[in-house]
Design a protein around this ligand. Structure first.
Ligand SMILES: *Cc1c(COP(=O)(O)O)cnc(C)c1O
Length: 379
């Protein structure tokens, strides 16, 4: 129950161990086509340029920036936690000029500030922001921010590493141009792949670049020779065959459950966990309406030893929760309810274990957390 990698369902682990076949084998090519359709479903898009980059979420981030930002391009980057800072790094390394819109950690991206920045910089080529900030558990409003990008005629680049499969996300309806995710968060697959999707507007930008993409590996013009619809499927790099089996299975499970049911499940278990944590007297970092169901950042109560609690949970209960990052290191815990980990037994185990471990440390917390969670389940 940390911030990822999340628990993996046995079906996905079993898929991982299937025999490794060639990356140009007809059976594998068929699976690639299915994978693309499953990803289009997960992203709610019909974008043709939708595929898993063969590397973790950070590579999906690089793929978006490296392909869409040319030297001298202005990009508005919103930062309200760790990952916006990495977007800035990416823009700079592509030779672009980041225009920063800063919000406090724990707050969502403020669309009013974004609009001011867009007005002040009419030559902006892209607006980049994180949908679900894993460092704090804050959710930003993709629809509103992408509408602003369209109003001011620039592309939108969205980090959906933690949101995909856990929070409502509609790439086509919300007008997202470029989006990347990861496999080890709410998709509950092995780490090491990054689903990405580019709108036709973004794909056209990539095709009509005046400079070469500075990364050979991530150049979508070349990757499409392998992944593209009707492409000759020429060798580009050896695809990570077995992790792709696992992703195929994880996405199949998501489709079987139904995307909206998966979002509802994340929300239900969050409500039960939150009721239990609040019954103990713990408080959240993020205001209720902006909270991510899959990542719960709560303040560590006074007199409690952060590292000791996390060690005891791991040793005695086989349960991992996440530490705080940046300015919240030592101040909050980040309790994940991602993908397959988002289930009742985890919520109840976490609450009873946390209560026992904190009471043993002499913390002034209230009892009754499990009962409070169960009231949510039975309501
Ligand atoms: C985890 C995460 C990433 C990075 O993904 P990796 O797979 O670790 O490279 C990027 N953005 C957000 C919001 C994340 O939570």
């Amino acid at each position: 129950m940390g911030p990822g990698p999340s628990d993996i369902h046995p079906r996905v682990l079993a898929a991982l161990s299937r025999p490794t076949i060639g990356h140009l084998d007809p059976a594998f090519i068929t699976m690639m086509d299915e994978l693309k359709q499953l990803l289009q479903y997960a992203f709610q898009t019909s974008n043709a340029l939708t595929l898993p980059v063969s590397a973790p979420g950070s590579a999906g981030m690089e793929a978006c920036f490296a392909n869409l930002v040319e030297p001298g391009d202005k990009v508005i980057v919103c930062q309200n936690g760790v990952f916006g800072g990495r977007m800035k790094e990416n823009v700079e390394r592509c030779g672009g000029i980041p225009i920063m819109v800063m919000d406090d950690w724990g707050k969502p991206v403020d669309p009013h500030k974004v609009e001011e920045a867009l007005k002040a910089n009419p030559d902006t080529v892209a607006l980049a922001f994180v949908h679900a900030e894993t460092s704090t558990g804050a959710l930003s409003d993709v629809k509103t921010l992408c509408e602003l990008a369209q109003k001011y005629d620039c592309l939108s680049i969205v980090d959906a590493v933690t949101s995909l499969g856990g929070s409502e996300l509609r790439v086509d309806d919300w007008g997202v141009d470029a989006i990347y995710s990861g496999t080890q968060k709410c998709l509950s697959c092995v780490p090491g792949l990054s689903p990405v999707s580019f709108s036709e507007r973004a794909a056209e930008r990539i095709r009509s670049r005046t400079s070469k993409v500075q990364s050979w590996f991530l150049d979508m013009n070349l990757v499409m020779g392998y992944w593209g619809a009707g492409a000759k499927r020429a060798y580009h790099h050896t695809a990570p065959i077995n992790p792709l089996y696992a992703l195929h299975e994880a996405l199949l499970m998501l489709q079987e459950e139904g995307l909206e049911q998966a979002w509802a499940r994340h929300s239900q278990h969050y409500r039960a966990l939150a009721a239990g944590l609040e019954a103990m007297g713990l408080t959240f970092l993020v205001e209720e309406r902006y909270r991510l169901p899959q990542l719960n950042a709560v303040y560590i109560p006074a007199g409690v030893n952060d590292a000791e609690v996390r060690n005891l949970l791991l040793q005695d209960y086989n349960l991992e929760i996440g530490a705080g990052l940046g300015e919240f290191a030592g101040k909050v815990w980040r309790i994940g309810l991602m993908g397959y980990a988002s289930r009742k037994e985890n919520v109840l185990t976490c609450l009873s274990a946390l209560e026992a471990v904190m009471l043993a440390q002499g913390a002034a917390i209230n009892s009754g957390a499990v009962a409070a969670a169960n009231r949510v389940y039975s309501s």
